[in-house]
Design a binder for this molecule. Structure first.
Ligand code: ATP
Length: 366
């Protein structure tokens, strides 16, 4: 994200103070965009966005004394609902409008247009009331106090949210146990590793029992073991407590392991809302099987549904549709070739979305 050059941002909200760019815009309007799949549905609605918009005004210096005003339409009329207890992945390329949407959902930013409800509350109007019902974790920065031992940070969180003693202790004990924080409670936050800090931040966001948890890149920069720890914990939290989770990530494995549903936005518009497998089908994206053979051999052929796309000594790369199962492909290779080792690579999010665009353009061109 980010506007470069001599532009200055108005970090506040564009509509605030009655000078809103979006003021007077029709809400809940049809945008003419194309989306695939359902928009939420199901049980009790926990998050509802209708025609949600956010327009920033950016001033650009065009001369010594001259400034030019420009609008950045960061969120351009999106509709979605999230049912209570759902875990939904919220993905899109850089600058798509994800963070802006999350900030509106938490009440940090006021929408320029449209309607928004989180746990029955209008986030911009009743931000303080909403704060008690939601938890927020930003992977790239901590909400904890840098110089304080973790234990003291949590005590401050308790005071801020006015969490009753018994509830606080029960929640803290549970988080300490499940997130393996016991040894870290007396360590200042600045001395924690990234993985430890992330677990500590997740605990801080849960001490007041939020109904909705927003996670912004919760596994970014973590090693494989820390990622697994965080994912396991979130899965359990969702299963046991029915916490509604909205997850922003660039890691498709996060989505694959945690979310049954994914919402894709780009240029502030909703591009897809449905199952991850459906997204792969729409985009015809591919996974790659990397196989190590005993020795250098000609490219593997004759494996139904897969094709060899690269060879390098005894290592070969086979691509196959991401929506298909790898099992029969692996079985066939293992039966016909001297297989030593293998690994599976998921497509990255940018690739999946690029393919989705290409697919969308194809019929129009034809
Ligand atoms: N405070 C602001 N003032 C002006 N423009 C902004 C502001 N915040 C975001 N934008 C612009 O709005 C657009 C959407 O940004 P946003 O941060 O929501 O994207 P994102 O999908 O979260 O991207 P990333 O994955 O890089 O974090 C971008 O063009 C960004 O430059």
């Amino acid at each position: 994200m980010g506007e470069s050059g001599a532009e200055s941002r108005t970090d506040g909200d564009a509509t605030g103070g009655g000078t809103g760019v979006g003021a007077g815009r029709e809400t809940g309007r049809k945008t003419g965009r194309e989306t695939y799949g359902p928009t939420g549905g199901g049980a009790e609605v926990c998050v509802e966005a209708v025609g949600l918009e956010k327009v920033f005004q950016v001033r650009r210096r065009t001369g010594v004394l001259r400034r030019e005003r420009r609008e950045v339409r960061a969120v351009d009329g999106i509709d979605f609902t999230v049912a209570r207890g759902e875990m939904v992945g919220f993905i899109g390329p850089n600058g798509a409008g994800k963070s802006t949407t999350i900030k509106m959902l938490t009440g940090i930013l006021t929408p320029s247009g449209g309607r928004l409800r989180v746990a029955g509350i209008d986030p911009a109007r009743e931000r303080t009331r909403l704060t008690r019902r939601i938890g927020v974790v930003f992977g790239q920065r901590t909400t904890l106090w840098w110089d304080l031992p973790l234990r003291d940070s949590y005590a401050l969180v308790r005071r801020i949210y006015r969490i009753p003693g018994e509830r606080y202790r029960a929640n803290l004990d549970r988080c300490v146990e499940l997130l393996d924080l016991g040894e870290l409670l007396d360590v200042p936050v600045r001395q924690l590793s990234l993985g430890q800090r992330m677990r500590a931040d997740i605990a801080a966001a849960l001490l007041h029992d939020p109904e909705v948890l927003y996670l912004d890149e919760p596994t970014i920069g973590l090693d494989v073991i820390s990622k697994a720890q965080v994912r396991d914990f979130l899965r359990d939290l969702n299963a046991e407590r029915g916490t509604t989770v909205l997850l922003t990530t660039h890691d498709l494995t996060d989505i694959e392991q945690l979310c049954e549903r994914v919402i894709v936005i780009d240029h502030g518009r909703l591009m897809y809302d449905g199952a991850l497998a459906g997204l792969h089908e729409v985009g015809e994206s591919e996974r790659t099987l990397v196989v190590d053979l005993e020795r250098e051999l000609p490219p593997i052929e004759g494996v139904p549904g897969a094709r060899t796309v690269r060879t390098e000594g005894p290592r070969q790369w086979l691509a196959f549709p991401a929506s298909a199962s790898a099992a029969p492909i692996v079985a066939r290779i293992a039966a016909d070739h001297p297989l030593v080792d293998l690994s599976l690579r998921e497509p990255d999010i940018e690739d999946v979305i690029a393919r989705m665009y290409a697919q969308q353009r194809r019929p129009a061109a034809g």
